[in-house]
Design a binder for this molecule. Structure first.
Ligand SMILES: Nc1ncnc2c1ncn2[C@@H]1O[C@H](COP(=O)(O)OP(=O)(O)OP(=O)(O)O)[C@@H](O)[C@H]1O
Length: 295
């Protein structure tokens, strides 16, 4: 279990994270989303024990991330947001170095991951492309088969094919009962893999929900192109529907499931050139949270 309790960590500039509080339950996978500079990496740095919080505690499987960082390393796989390796090392040398440091050797799993990601780990890391470095980071994080995974934008730099391979890998780990916290800007990857979603903005959590509940909150809207915009607009307003002007000649009306009949009767009251249904996607909802701070 990953537990972050009332965590505040401020930089001298006053930026940072404030009273951040969440739990990733054992066997669960939580997506950690937020705009650039919102505090995802800062939270993860505290979880890794790299930074001392001003207040609050974070723990992994009951071990304090500050004082038990070494013990935690043995059960943890971590992909940093910006991967910086020992550039002079060869890729496979780096993987051996990591295994030696953790005192774990699982050659078979390491080789399976290398094959899965289609990585050639030979050659100096400084000559690796961004995607190759990311793959090397993934192998290093997963090769000791850790029970906890903390992944900071794990698919950045991967091509779409590899992003899919990675998502499948994460799903496989989830089936095997791993506990995963994953920061991301990729809505699709979060939607496909996560049980729970946390959105952070300006250092504060603005929403925390399970994906099922978020999906239930998705609204349906209708795009109506009236023959006469003024007439259509007035009728929608007078009948009290929540509507916006999607385009100069198109009205977007947001209609709850129990209001459809009333809506159809209202639309029958004016001449309509076209009517389309628009399903709000999770991505639309996330973007709303990003821009408004969530409500
Ligand atoms: N080492 C640092 N020293 C001072 N300020 C920092 C430091 N690292 C981050 N910050 C500031 O803290 C805030 C949170 O940054 P953080 O890197 O945690 O955001 P993030 O959500 O991971 O962003 P991104 O999506 O861009 O990776 C930002 O305003 C950033 O400028």
């Amino acid at each position: 279990m990953i537990k972050v309790e009332d965590l505040t960590l401020t930089y001298p500039s006053g930026k940072g994270i404030f009273n951040v509080d969440f739990t990733v339950k054992t066997g669960g996978i939580t997506g950690y989303l937020g705009p650039n500079g919102s505090g995802k990496t800062t939270t993860i740095r505290a979880l890794m024990g790299f930074m001392r919080p001003d207040s609050g505690i974070c723990s992994i499987n009951g071990m304090d991330c500050r004082t038990k960082a070494t013990q935690i390393q043995n059960i943890l796989g971590y992909i940093p947001g910006e991967i910086s390796f020992f550039d002079q090392m060869e890729g496979d040398e780096f993987l051996n170095f990591m295994s030696d440091m953790r005192r774990t050797k699982n050659e078979r799993r390491k080789n399976d991951l290398i094959e899965l990601l289609d990585l050639n780990p030979k050659g100096k890391i400084k000559k690796f492309s961004k995607g190759m470095k990311q793959k090397l980071g993934i192998v290093a994080a997963f090769m000791h088969d850790p029970e906890i995974l903390v992944l900071d934008e794990p698919t950045s730099g991967l091509d779409p094919l590899m992003q899919n391979v990675f998502i499948d890998l994460v799903m496989e780990e989830k089936k095997r009962g791993k506990t995963i916290l994953m920061s991301s800007h990729m809505f699709e990857e979060v939607e496909r893999t996560c049980d729970d979603i946390i959105i952070i903005k300006e250092g504060k959590i603005v929403t925390e929900s399970d994906v099922g509940a978020l999906k239930k909150a998705l609204r349906k809207s209708y795009l109506i192109r009236p023959k006469n915009m003024d007439v259509g607009w007035d009728i929608m307003q007078n009948k009290g529907f929540e509507a916006t002007k999607f385009a100069p000649d198109i009205i977007e009306a947001y209609i709850g499931g129990d209001d459809v009949d009333r809506f159809i009767k209202a639309v029958a009251g004016f001449e309509v050139e076209s009517l389309d249904v628009r399903h709000q996607s999770l991505e639309d909802l996330f973007l709303e949270f990003y821009s408004k701070g969530g409500n």
